[in-house]
Ligand binder design. Structure first.
Ligand SMILES: NC(=O)c1ccc[n+]([C@@H]2O[C@H](COP(=O)([O-])OP(=O)(O)OC[C@H]3O[C@@H](n4cnc5c(N)ncnc54)[C@H](O)[C@@H]3O)[C@@H](O)[C@H]2O)c1
Length: 320
């Protein structure tokens, strides 16, 4: 059945890909984005666009909406350490206003972009949803606070909600891809080196307890991630808050990513060894068992070379 959905942050990387998937599935989509880190041209054709802030969501939300997919946030870990107040204001304050507007308008379904950063340093990998949550930075703490707010909203006011805790999202979906500024994610950074836009890629530490000594992360294709959002809309039940990790359950090391970029692009990628960064866990890999069992989700683009190839195609298109 088709529905009408508000996508906050739909001019950003992941929100634009999900908005496009919703449109392809026959839904009506309104994107609400203040363009702080997003781009007007990333809003898919076919979506209604409102340039505005989630803190003013009550101006636009009404009972004609079947649900909200909430991507809008500040999401730079490093920045959150030096400007924590921005993260409490935008992520927690913004979501408080959004939840209030949803309550007022009787919009009863929410899918929220949570993050692996809510767990902090894992005691066990793969990470399951019942693992201890002990974020190591204000970004992760603000997202965890929102998860708690949503749990209360579901219990007290009947919201049906799913928090999806993404691991490392990567790849592109046609014209929709990663354009963070400054870029902090590994795959687009390595691709910038392959394009000659950056001299070398820094490898922060090669003495971690991992097979090649570099950090291991779980990369998930953004199109697989988008499909999980559509399934989450179906799985949301009034009064319940479901939390699901989204990852491949497979880790790739920093050196494997660099090597894959060399192979896929055919370009040299010089690397420089740098000291470890504080707060970088050796291995972050998701258990995706809950998403499989409760959403019926199976990622289909798990091959790192395929993820890199899509991101490369997007980077080349933009380069041109
Ligand atoms: N990229 C990842 O690997 C990753 C991993 C885990 C979680 N997440 C979460 O996924 C979501 C989307 O991430 P992304 O990589 O697409 O980021 P992005 O910066 O590309 O997109 C965020 C969008 O939200 C908008 N926005 C921010 N504050 C707003 C506000 N107050 N009102 C209206 N719009 C606002 C921005 O303009 C931007 O278009 C974020 O919530 C992020 O925390 C991302």
């Amino acid at each position: 059945m088709s529905g009408k959905y508000l996508v906050t942050g739909g001019a950003g990387y992941i929100g634009s890909v999900v908005a496009q998937h919703l449109l392809e599935a026959g839904h009506e989509v309104t994107v609400l984005d203040n363009l702080t880190t997003g781009f007007r041209e990333s809003v898919p054709a076919g979506a209604v666009f409102i340039e505005g802030d989630i803190r003013d969501a009550a101006k636009w939300l009404d009972s004609a909406y079947d649900g909200v997919l909430h991507f809008a946030a500040s999401s730079q870990v490093g920045e959150s350490v030096v400007k924590p107040e921005k993260y409490w204001e935008n992520n927690v304050g913004g979501t408080t206003a959004l939840l209030g507007a949803m309550r007022e308008a009787r919009v009863r379904k929410l899918v929220f972009s949570s993050t692996a950063a809510t767990y902090g340093e894992p005691k066990q990998v793969p990470i399951v949803e019942s693992a201890e949550t002990s974020p190591t930075n204000p970004y992760g703490a603000s997202k965890l606070a929102v998860d708690h707010m949503i749990t209360g909203e579901a219990a007290a006011h009947g919201l049906g909600a799913v928090s999806l805790r993404y691991f490392n999202v990567a790849g592109a979906y046609g014209p929709y891809g990663e354009r963070h500024d400054p870029e902090s994610h590994l795959i687009p950074l390595v691709l910038q080196v392959a394009q000659g836009r950056r001299d070398a890629i820094s490898v922060y530490g090669d003495d971690y307890p991992t097979p090649d000594g570099t950090c291991v992360r779980d990369y998930i294709h953004v199109a697989d991630l988008a499909e999980a959002h559509l399934l989450a809309l179906r799985a949301a039940r009034p009064g319940e808050h479901l939390i699901c990790n989204l990852g491949n359950g497979n880790g790739f090391s920093v050196r494997e990513v660099i090597e894959t970029v060399r192979r896929v692009t055919g370009h040299p990628v010089p690397e420089v060894l740098a000291p470890r960064r504080g707060g970088d866990p050796a291995t972050l890999v998701a258990s995706a068992a809950t998403a499989r069992e409760t959403l019926g989700w199976t990622p289909s683009r798990t091959d790192l070379a395929a993820i890199v190839a899509d991101a490369w195609e997007f980077a080349r298109q933009r380069g041109n």
